[in-house]
Design a protein around this ligand. Sequence first.
Ligand SMILES: [Zn+2]
Length: 243
Amino acid sequence: MLVRLLWKPLPESWLPVAPQRSTGLRGLIAWIQEMAAGAPQGDDVERRVRRGAMQAIVREAFQQTVAEQDSEHRGPAAFADAWKARLAALLSQESVEVSGWADITIAELDTDLGWSLYAAASRARSETIARANATPSRRRGTDDAPTVSFEFSIAADGDGSLGRVQYAICEPCGVGLLKKISFSPEWHCCGFGSLALRELETRHSGLTWYTSGQYAHAKGFYARYRQGSDSPWTAKQHPCPHF
Ligand SMILES: [Zn+2]
């Protein structure tokens, strides 16, 4: 949904405010599809270019905010605020340079469109975060017994996979090992890491969990998570002889 709003061509009949009858992400998707279906009449190249330019600026503000996540670690609400501040800063300039576009002159644009696009995209992001869930575990590759490898995704309706979790378990030793957990940068700090660890503990209850080489980059995360967990979640190299 977020991708559609920020990267795909916008329909001409874009409304300044998403209709209230839209309930949740499905409502928003239905609305966008209706808009797209009724689009072509009276659309002209110039208006299309202006819409595209405004969208490029909202997207640029989004990407600037995503680029700061490594240092800022903003949760969803703080991310939305920072994105909004970035957009305001761009729109307050006389012109903006965005990759793929010549200089965009702000005075030629409809800034209301920009703000309504920001509102819809920001809402889509928070709804995706709220709806994100773990898919069922699937066997992965072939293992030397007794270890068994699995993977699952964190996914949301209409957005596909937001990230991936790879792990293995050794039932006889009662050990679980999180091998890799990866989310694309726009979904960092959305609580999906904790969601993934909780899933592991629930799906394979009774195991003691460890993690792997990624540990060093996420010590703070594991330190917080460990407080509510019975497992050590450390990067101890050989939690059992079979790994
Ligand atoms: Zn073992």
